[in-house]
Design a protein. Structure first.
Lengths: 322, 322
């Protein structure tokens, strides 16, 4: 990474105005990386103007800072840095197209090789971890807000130190953040407040899921199950992990019907590849996390998938010789 | 700590047989500390016999090792080390009384000053953290099992890096454990398997809790709510944290009636002291975590406490000038 880092830092050093872009629907790592980089570059290079654009994570604004409003002219005359986003189509503020020069700092796999200078490492749990490494390696100034923004990125993308690749370096970086004033509890207190309607929906999932003969766990949520709780389809259909880690049930799934008769299917597993079943039904994804989006679909379509999952579970159970 | 550590280590060095004791109802930190210490002392001092007694944490036995069966004679002729337990009455294996010499390594506050040699620091999140520090400081041999047992202790007592005092040193120690072969995922996979009936009970709490006028969250669980799920009263009545972190509700409580008409009350808060209310109703505890056990009590008694909590919440709401 050292060679590419030097090139990227040279480009940064040559620009006096910098705009930092993130992805659509910004999460903790996206917002945290934007804020951390803005803080670090502003504090290290006093003569530079550094902006972060996009919608950010409003619940953290009082503590870590708001997003900047910049005009088109500024973007035209600035270096654009994409953080936590792999390519232009995924950038939230489409005015990225106005920029003359751009670079990227990211930990996602690239679907389309990004042709400009970049610092990339998909072996890290969060883009914020990459930013911390750059700051440490170059003795950049790390403010308290930057330290907390880095922590936010790491803690949200790692599901609080549990998802892979959370590793030795992740813990080392977090330990060093305390030297810059990290108040862990303040960040936790903000991000772990749960909205009551989200909790009630969780209760619904835990009280209404079903288990097949071969122990596939699934829940079917209709619009009447989440709309009265004032929850949006996007949220309701994303909660498959509520059904994770049930002993003896390595395969689990959430089926959510939207207001227009469409169906979102989220399939997960601990070890058993389920991607093929998603593909068979018109979807795709990873070996242990896959999904399908149907324009039209409901209970019947969901049950066809459940049947396939159950057959897969049956096969795997026999294979291990139970 | 250095002076006391030296005295304790001298005592350990002078004994060729050592039995490590833990507390009743051993948790991850108790079992983890016992295993870690047994592993470290056995690997460092090849001529010593080191045993760990008690019921341990059976779900980890296949990975980290079982508990030892020792006879009374062995205990009489051994050094006894209490880990993660502050005083004799709390030790699980009552044969601790047979030992001639004993020392303690613990992070709990002492209710009754323990008169023998000890290594104590209630500023650490887990006893396992203390054991790691002793091993690092003295260049003791740390086996892979010891590293994983230390991780287990830290991760369980800290609620996975969230409870105070999780701090800089906690993260530094975890980072170092990777050098000894820590497989984080293997430990997570074992401890985060949830029993289905526990999940269903969680669903019950999330679907059936109530909120008072001033936003105190509470749930009343009757024996018919947990016995059909094959859950024990001890487990059912311990799940108050399912109701934690609800936005706008810093006070929450769980009331559980047992099979014999007794009542266990668990009160929690984020910042507002609730201990006085526990004391008023015959209980006690900490400022933000208190409880009451009633030999006889049910819904009526629970509602009297809810009323007091609601009045407290009302007062605090006015105080912050809402």
């Amino acid at each position: 990474m050292e060679g590419t880092t030097k090139k990227v830092l040279d480009i940064i050093k040559h620009h006096n105005s910098i705009v930092i872009f993130g992805h659509t629907l910004p999460d903790g790592d996206c917002y945290g990386s934007q804020i951390a980089l803005r803080e670090i570059l502003s504090a290290t290079f006093k003569d530079k103007k550094v902006y972060a654009v996009g919608s950010g994570l409003p619940l953290l604004f009082p503590r870590l800072g708001e997003m900047d409003i910049v005009n088109d002219e500024t973007i035209k005359n600035s270096l654009a840095i994409l953080v936590d986003v792999s390519d232009f189509p995924l950038v939230e503020d489409k005015r990225i197209a106005l920029a003359q020069t751009y670079i990227k700092i990211d930990h996602h796999h690239e679907s389309n090789p990004f042709i400009h200078e970049k610092i990339m490492d998909h072996g890290v749990i969060a883009t914020a971890e990459l930013i911390a490494r750059i700051a440490f390696a170059n003795s950049f100034v790390i403010t308290k807000k930057a330290a907390e923004a880095i922590f936010l990125g790491i803690v949200t993308d790692s599901g609080r130190f549990v998802y892979e690749p959370t590793r030795k370096e992740t813990f080392e970086i977090v330990a060093r953040l305390f030297d810059y004033g990290l108040d862990m509890k303040a960040i936790y207190d903000t991000i772990y407040q749960t909205e009551e309607n989200q909790l009630k929906y969780k209760g619904f999932l835990l009280s209404n899921y079903k288990k097949t003969r071969h122990k596939v766990i699934y829940c079917y949520a209709n619009k009447n199950d989440y709309l009265p709780l004032r929850l949006k389809f996007a949220y309701a259909s994303s909660q498959v992990n509520v059904l994770a880690n049930i002993k003896g049930s390595p395969i689990f799934a959430l089926f959510t019907q939207n207001e227009n008769g469409g169906l979102r299917v989220e399939l997960r597993s601990n070890g058993i590849p389920i991607r093929d079943i998603a593909v068979k039904h018109g979807g795709g994804g990873h070996a242990n996390a896959a999904g399908v989006r149907m324009e039209k679909g409901g209970y019947k379509e969901a049950m066809a998938i459940v049947k396939d999952l159950d057959n897969l579970a049956k096969e795997k159970t026999y294979n291990v010789g139970k």
